[in-house]
Design a protein around this ligand. Structure first.
Ligand code: HEC
Length: 98
């Protein structure tokens, strides 16, 4: 029984880490603002109000180098470790902010 509880708790925690947009967005908020309302490092566009698809495309573009401006290296480092599902979750979360 105890083992079962630990297993369930672990699965739940893992699911949260992988799928919770708010948790994924935490490190982004430092530059983009809690609501996506800031120009990151004074350079990015304000991403609040972007729809999920546009965000997803730009994040994938930063990953493969096909998108971005002068500071795209900064964003490449941010999105490097994200998988497809995490990008979708993040994009939907940012979309939902405004
Ligand atoms: C160290 C500061 C910093 C962090 C942390 C950061 N970003 Fe950015 N972000 C930037 C900068 C600077 C740009 C503009 C880069 C460029 O020149 O294309 C940008 C651009 C973007 C854009 C496209 C906006 C545009 O200007 O075209 C999106 C979407 C975005 N970031 C999402 C995220 C997400 C999601 C995270 C978290 C995984 C994140 N950022 C973390 C600094 C940051």
């Amino acid at each position: 029984m105890k083992k079962m509880m630990i297993l369930v708790a672990t699965l739940f925690a893992t699911a949260l880490m992988a799928n919770d947009g708010a948790a994924l967005y935490k490190k982004c908020a430092v530059c983009h603002g809690a609501m996506g309302e800031k120009k990151a490092l004074g350079k990015s566009e304000v991403i609040a109000g972007w729809d999920a698809q546009k965000i997803e495309q730009s994040l994938k573009g930063y990953q493969d180098g096909s998108y971005g401006g002068a500071l795209k290296g900064t964003m490449k480092a941010q999105v490097k470790g994200l998988n497809e599902e995490q990008i979708k979750t993040l994009s939907a979360y940012i979309d939902s902010l405004m």
